[in-house]
Design a protein around this ligand. Structure first.
Ligand SMILES: *Cc1c(COP(=O)(O)O)cnc(C)c1O
Length: 432
């Protein structure tokens, strides 16, 4: 078997000469394997998987989902329109694209009206907002079932401190009012996230199934339930493949109990984001320099690998202290040392080797020379989509790798891209 292209310094130098560094490298076969895993999980009648496209909205990734029959969970009007551009069907029958929004902002209401995609409401007042905007039609309701689990506190998705969803006790009264006013509730939804283990996700699904089972008799128009996303990815162990068998059985037995309870065939959906895409992309950065802070009398001090990627390219370590595997690629690597890997931004938190509490947590890595490469693995989920223009850096280009061929899927942003929205236009509003 040929060596992996990303472990070949000559390959990386050639790509870098063509498009510069840093860049994101997407592998079609890795993505397709994850899509196949989820398709197997939901094989059979009345089961469906959506891709929570906020995790990665690149058009080539969306197109892979579309070709494989995966549906979409979108969270903004623009995400719906990007899904449309990638070839997804609009309309609510079937609801190929679901718009789950806590707040309608920008063009979300216009897009619901014009594309007729199913709005999934997370706040009771959104029903009034929809009515005022002239929409009448089916809606989904997202419930906050009173429990949940995020992988860190910032991603808490259920329970009394979560901002998401309609509180359990308020759901049926709201649904009754909605039905009366011309908004049949066709989908019941919850996204309670998961811990780091798939077993915990499975437990949450089983718990949610009981909540759904008790709500469904009060929802006469409901034909589908969604257990949300949150299927975890193992960021530490690339060889780990979770056993999704128990989850598949939980989904099917939930479906059976919904049928018993309602006498209807209820479609059961899941909508993973990260699990679909996390492993398919890698941030490729170039080593600019090595340096050391002085060792004081307490023996403190660190070695830093300075690289040209920063949290503008991958924010998860800086934002959540998230762990990403790092590897070093070069022709003549020196022996391993404890290295902190840090980026170019004017911000002391611009360090990839850290956790939520500590800014610098060096890792044992082979010692590269300037010009060698550092790879930040598993950057496919919440990578490019969370990139920014901080420090007026243009977003890094993205490369699609398929059967030995590279395609540029987005170019490096220029200064003109960075300032594209700047203007100087007088507004009509003056002081009163
Ligand atoms: C973020 C989100 C998902 C996907 O979460 P992952 O942890 O990436 O699987 C699914 N559904 C909704 C409503 C979300 O907000």
């Amino acid at each position: 078997m040929a060596a992996h292209p990303l472990s070949d310094p000559a390959f990386l130098r050639a790509l870098a000469a063509e498009i510069g560094t840093p860049f994101l490298f997407y592998e079609a076969d890795v993505l397709r394997k994850r899509i196949a895993t989820i398709r197997d999980l939901v094989a059979g009648p009345s089961l469906a998987a959506r891709f929570a496209m906020k995790a990665c909205s690149a058009h080539l990734v969306l197109r892979e989902m579309q070709k494989s029959g995966v549906w979409i969970d979108a969270v903004s009007g623009n995400e719906v329109l990007r899904a449309k551009r990638a070839g997804f069907a609009m309309g609510a029958e079937p609801p190929v694209v679901l718009l789950t929004a806590d707040v309608f902002r920008d063009n979300a209401l216009d897009v619901i009206r014009s594309e007729r995609v199913l709005p999934n409401l997370g706040s009771p007042g959104q029903l009034r907002t929809l009515a005022e905007a002239g929409y009448r039609g089916p809606v989904g309701l997202r419930v906050n079932p009173g429990f949940g689990h995020g992988h860190v506190r910032a991603t808490d998705t259920g329970g009394p401190s979560s901002k998401h969803g309609i509180w359990l006790d308020d759901l049926l009264p709201l649904a009754a009012a909605a039905e009366r006013d011309g908004f049949p509730v066709t989908l019941l939804h919850a996204h309670v996230g998961s811990g780091p283990e798939v077993e915990e996700f499975n437990e949450n699904v089983a718990r949610l199934a009981l909540v759904f089972e008790n709500l469904l008799p009060g929802l006469p128009s409901c034909s589908a339930v969604s257990f949300g996303g949150g299927l975890p990815h193992s960021y530490r162990d690339p060889s780990f493949a979770p056993d999704l068998g128990p989850l598949g059985r939980t989904l099917r037995s939930a479906q059976e109990s919904f049928r018993t309870r309602t006498g209807r065939d209820i479609r059961v959906e899941i909508e993973p984001g990260r699990f679909f895409v996390a492993p398919c992309a890698t941030v490729v950065a170039r080593v600019a320099d090595r340096k050391h802070t002085r060792t004081n009398e307490k023996g403190e001090g660190h070695g830093f690998l300075m690289v040209d990627a920063g949290f503008v390219d991958l924010v998860r370590p800086a934002m959540y202290g998230a762990f990403h595997r790092i590897s070093v690629v070069g022709d003549r690597l020196g022996p391993p040392e404890a290295w902190a890997v840090a980026g170019p931004l004017c911000e002391s938190g611009d360090v990839f080797t850290r956790d939520a509490a500590e800014i610098v947590q060096p890792r044992d890595l082979p010692t590269p020379e300037p010009g060698d490469f550092v790879l930040l693995h598993d950057a496919g989920a919440y990578g490019a989509v969370m990139s920014s223009n901080y420090n007026s850096l243009g977003r890094a280009p993205q490369v699609w790798w398929e059967e030995g061929r590279a395609t540029l899927m987005s170019r490096r942003e220029t200064l003109d891209d960075v300032v594209a929205a700047e203007c100087e236009e007088p507004l009509r509003t003056t002081s009163l």
